[in-house]
Design a binder for this molecule. Structure first.
Ligand code: ZN
Length: 403
């Protein structure tokens, strides 16, 4: 399993922009076939708007009949902080590298879970379908969202598990997201002649003031879902993460994750831009919250501030009950393998469970690794946890689909 994970980590399937997807897909296809699963590429008919090639979505199936339990993973990774992150390093039980926990380690666990069921000749009332997609890290537009549009995702689904690094808990709900970029226009002029210009930065300030008022309002709302991740064992050389970032049950409106503008300190800035990242709780309506946010920008525009905005990420929140048969089977087998029942929590980010949950398919995330090291410069996974998660997936599938 570690060898396969190292092979996958060594392929820089960075997203954005979405590099080396074909190379990653070739390796995954090879291993799905080698595991004896029925393999197929899920090919949407429409080409994506934003790229020339069709980013590959893969399907590996074991079992028969219609009832399908989906194992779902994404093989894209966020960009590396250093190129060495694509040279996997093994230290004792830990494998370091970009994607080790988010979520190539999880993919390996899922593939081996199906493989072991096949090798043991498990007699299932239904089938397990492993779906591997690109593009999750930027909202799934060229991956799962396209499969949804063409009716290729979740067919005959009765349950779904995804292997995100959940730090030992189960995510049965996720926040929604509306991420946008605002650009404010002005007119350039030399600082000594600033009366001839129009300062885009100062105009931007007015917009930010109004957004801050909205922020105070939305961030007073809280969710009923638990939202505090637990931690598992980590290599002792690494510092403990900031646990505070997991404590929020409040709705989120973050301003200025990225910003920029102007050409020099002594020139009136002609344009300025910043990003807004609105994360909604499951109790909030994405449509209503989007309207609310956009109405602030429209109001600024009506008041004479020249601005434009572009939504570059949008995804709805979703939730599945802990009490579904699949949720119970997952919790029971986590307890059996780990010796302790898991907590069910709200995922702080977007989650591809939403594409299934929206169709009424109970969907949960549980996988090896810590959310706090995913996307970071020292990303790693504990291989013992990858093995244990493989066992948990196999036992859960056996219980859920067993005859
Ligand atoms: Zn992920």
């Amino acid at each position: 399993m570690a060898r396969l994970l190292a092979e996958l980590v060594a392929i820089p399937s960075e997203n954005p922009p979405g590099k080396n997807y074909q190379a990653a897909a070739r390796v995954l296809e090879k291993h799905i076939r080698r595991s004896g699963l029925d393999f197929k590429r899920l090919e949407p008919k429409a080409k994506p708007k934003s790229s020339k090639e069709n980013p590959p979505c893969l399907l590996g199936v074991y079992g028969r009949g219609n009832r399908t339990l989906y194992f779902h993973g994404h093989y894209d990774v966020v960009p590396a902080q250093a190129p060495e992150q694509f040279k996997p390093v093994r230290k004792k039980h830990y494998l370091f590298g970009r994607g080790a926990c988010d979520m190539k380690g999880g993919i390996v666990a899922m593939l081996y879970a199906i493989r072991v069921l096949k090798e043991l000749g498990a007699d299932l009332d239904g089938k397990i379908a492993l779906v591997l997609t690109p593009d999750e890290e930027t909202g799934g537009a060229r991956g799962s969202a396209r499969l949804v549009e063409e009716g290729l995702l979740g067919r005959a689904g009765i349950g779904m598990l995804t292997a995100e690094p959940t730090s030992g808990v189960v995510w049965n709900a996720n926040r929604g997201a509306i991420s946008l970029r605002v650009e404010v226009r002005g007119k350039a002029a030399h600082v000594g002649l600033q009366h001839r210009g129009a300062n885009a930065f100062e105009r931007m300030h007015c917009i930010v003031e109004r957004l801050l008022a909205l922020k105070r309002e939305v961030e007073s709302r809280t969710t009923r879902y638990a939202a505090e991740a637990e931690e598992e064992s980590r290599p002792s050389a690494l510092p403990a993460p900031d646990q505070g970032r997991f404590l929020g049950r409040h709705s989120i409106l973050m301003i200025g994750g990225q910003s920029g503008g102007g050409t020099n300190f002594n020139v009136v800035p002609e344009s300025c831009w910043f990003t807004v990242d609105r994360r909604t709780n499951p109790e909030e309506s994405l449509e209503a919250e989007k309207e609310r946010l956009v109405s602030v920008l429209e109001e600024c525009k009506r008041d004479g501030i020249p601005l434009e905005w572009q939504i570059f990420q949008e995804g709805d929140s979703a939730a599945s009950s802990e009490g579904e048969k699949l949720g119970r089977a997952l919790a029971k087998n986590i307890a059996m393998v780990q010796g302790k029942a898991p907590r069910f929590e709200l995922c702080p980010g977007l989650l591809e469970t939403r594409f299934y949950a929206v169709r009424g398919i109970p969907a949960y995330a549980y996988g090896p690794g810590l959310l706090s090291v995913a996307h970071g410069p020292k990303e790693y996974v504990d291989m013992r946890r990858v093995v244990e998660c493989g066992a948990i997936y196999a036992l859960t599938a056996l219980e859920f689909l067993g005859k």
